[in-house]
Design a protein around this ligand. Structure first.
Ligand SMILES: CC(=O)Oc1ccc(/C=C/C(=O)NCCc2ccccc2)cc1OC(C)=O
Ligand SMILES: [Co+2]
Length: 174
């Protein structure tokens, strides 16, 4: 299955993703394609809508202390629901759909989510630190929300200016 990143300001990123009801071979094919694609594009988190599949599925593969991403750390999270949240933390986030732009975003420091795995089994996960940040960032994608939507007005203006200039650069270099 050939995947391609949908990039801001593509309207498709603003769709609300649909709940996954059937945990079939087609779903597994998509998940099996999303993981290597994310690794190849240097991502640590990817929501299905970013590869034009507006379903409530996301993958996360955090790097270890050496910055290595190991397949055993791969998380496949489907139909996630936050059941508890606490604390506050700020991190400079990036997103494969908003290339070359990084900005501080405030998130909850600890969250507990209920979700389903690729077979549809219900699971619970307590997350803190970078994992909690990644889950919140990817769950925003399921609502059509991008990390740049959390920026202050001034920062968002700065982003829009920079992004337009960068897009022009990329068109010229293509
Ligand atoms: C040039 C460019 O676009 O750089 C990138 C930007 C973002 C990313 C990946 C971002 C990513 O995986 N975000 C997942 C959500 C997340 C954000 C912050 C903390 C946890 C989880 C990859 C990039 O590609 C390269 C080559 O570095
Ligand atoms: Co993202």
């Amino acid at each position: 299955m050939k995947l391609q990143i949908v990039e801001y300001p593509d309207k498709r990123l603003r769709q609300k993703s649909q709940e996954v009801k059937v945990f079939d071979e087609k779903l597994h094919e998509l998940l099996d394609a999303m993981h290597p694609f994310m690794i190849e594009t240097n991502g640590i988190g990817l929501a299905a809508i970013q590869v034009a599949h507006p379903i409530r599925a996301l993958v996360i593969n955090l790097p270890d202390e050496e910055g290595e991403q190991h397949p055993e750390n791969l998380l496949e999270i489907i139909n996630p629901v936050i059941v508890s949240k606490a604390g506050e933390t700020t991190y400079q986030e990036g997103c494969l759909s908003v290339p070359q732009f990084y900005e501080d975003v405030k998130r909850h420091d600890m969250i507990t989510i209920n979700y389903q795995d690729r077979e549809g089994n219900t699971k619970t996960l307590d997350a803190d630190g970078l994992l909690a940040i990644a889950i919140q960032h990817e769950m925003d994608h399921l609502e059509g929300i991008l990390f740049i939507d959390h920026l202050s007005y001034a920062r968002r203006k700065k982003f829009e200016k920079e992004y337009k200039r960068m897009q022009k650069e990329r068109k010229k270099s293509k």
